[in-house]
Design a protein around this ligand. Structure first.
Ligand SMILES: *Cc1c(COP(=O)(O)O)cnc(C)c1O
Length: 358
């Protein structure tokens, strides 16, 4: 049966990318060797990482002074690596608390310096993006989360900031064009919209670095990875390779504008159904709805039907739709690689269910 993968992460990857990755794992370019057993310093992997960096630079239209590095430890490592590299103990960074991931980033930053939380939607269980805050001029950076994976909210317009913006883009990285010149540092765990778990892409403006007084272990100093082109130690070669294949796929499918068009179409299709179907309703403020993670629940009086609908989805090959435990209900993650026909399959099931139950 054809499966439709709505998982929040690790998440759907383009079918053509998975086929090519499988071939590379078995026999890379007819060499009689798997890519998994080739030296990371050999010509094959050197070509892969160079192409990955070049594609990233092209797709994001990276201005001068920005560097791409491939790290490990997930986005969660960036929660502390960012303040460790950017924030002195007597300095302050501003954070916006828009979800559990932001909350964790705040907790880690406090280990290294002062944190000013400018705004938070925690009291409302993060059902909207905090807005209307003033960004102080004397903070080292402003930390934002562009897409809140668990709740399904997304920052559709970045604030004008007098200080560099550091952004956790894990769950909407490369889903739309962004003006990188507004950011000092962007990080994204690969497993939501870029590739397999195991690598984290970091885009950093080089002049952000070198201002902290503390001693940085080599492995946690961004400059080590810039200097060594992400090859200071053995990098996660296969996740980087599959990410490179995904970058090629993005380029072939219209770049970030193409991704944005696809994502807007898919999200509109599903939100339209959520808003018009008598059984379901959305869970976040309409203006802040995410194009990547679409959260919805059963209307109160139909709440008992939730398990039924989940079973129907499973029986029809739709997987990964269970909402995060802190929100409940359903979450359809509609990342770049999810085909429109998967969203259509979900919409069809919702309509059919309403015909029978409403
Ligand atoms: C998934 C996610 C994280 C955590 O990523 P790990 O790679 O598991 O550490 C952080 N931030 C956001 C926005 C996420 O979606």
């Amino acid at each position: 049966m054809q499966k439709h993968n709505f998982s929040a992460g690790p998440a759907v990857l383009p079918a053509s990318v998975l086929r090519e990755a499988a071939r590379a794992a078995a026999n890379y370019q007819g060499m009689g060797l798997s890519l998994l057993e080739l030296s990371h310093r050999g010509p094959e992997f050197t070509a892969i990482i160079e192409e990955a960096n070049a594609l990233m630079s092209e797709l994001l239209n990276l201005p001068d002074g920005y560097r791409v590095v491939w790290l490990t430890g997930g986005a969660s490592t960036q929660f502390y690596q960012v303040p460790m590299n950017l924030l002195n103990e007597d300095e302050t960074a501003a954070y916006v608390n828009s979800g559990v991931w932001a909350d964790k980033a705040i907790k880690e930053a406090k280990v290294f310096g002062n944190v000013q939380v400018l705004a938070s939607s925690k009291e409302q269980n993060f059902t909207h993006i905090p807005k209307g805050y003033k960004i102080p001029k004397d903070v080292k950076y402003l930390h934002l989360t562009s897409n809140n994976t668990i709740y399904g909210t997304q920052l559709h317009k970045f604030p004008k900031s007098p200080v560099p913006i550091v952004c956790d883009m894990s769950s909407d990285f490369l889903s739309r064009p962004v003006d990188v010149s507004n950011f000092g540092l962007i990080y994204a765990g690969a497993q939501k919209n870029l590739g397999p778990a195991g690598t984290t892409a970091v885009i950093v403006r080089e002049d952000m670095l070198g201002t902290v007084r503390r001693h940085l272990p080599s492995m946690l100093d961004y400059r080590t990875f810039i200097k060594e082109n992400s090859l200071y130690n053995t990098p996660p070669v296969f996740p980087i390779y599959v990410s490179m294949l995904t970058l090629r796929w993005i380029k072939k499918n219209g770049g970030l504008k193409g991704m944005q068009r696809r994502n807007k179409t898919k999200a509109a299709l599903l939100y339209n159904e959520i808003d018009n179907n008598p059984l379901f309703r959305g869970t976040v403020e309409t203006a802040d709805r995410s194009l990547m993670n679409i959260c919805f629940v059963m209307e109160e009086k139909y709440a008992a039907l939730e398990d039924d609908f989940m079973k129907i989805c499973k029986a029809n090959g739709l997987v990964g739709l269970k909402g995060h435990r802190s929100v409940g209900g359903f979450r359809a993650s509609t990342y770049n690689a999810l085909p429109k026909k998967s969203v259509q399959a979900l919409v069809d099931l919702m309509q059919d269910f309403a015909k029978r139950k409403a």
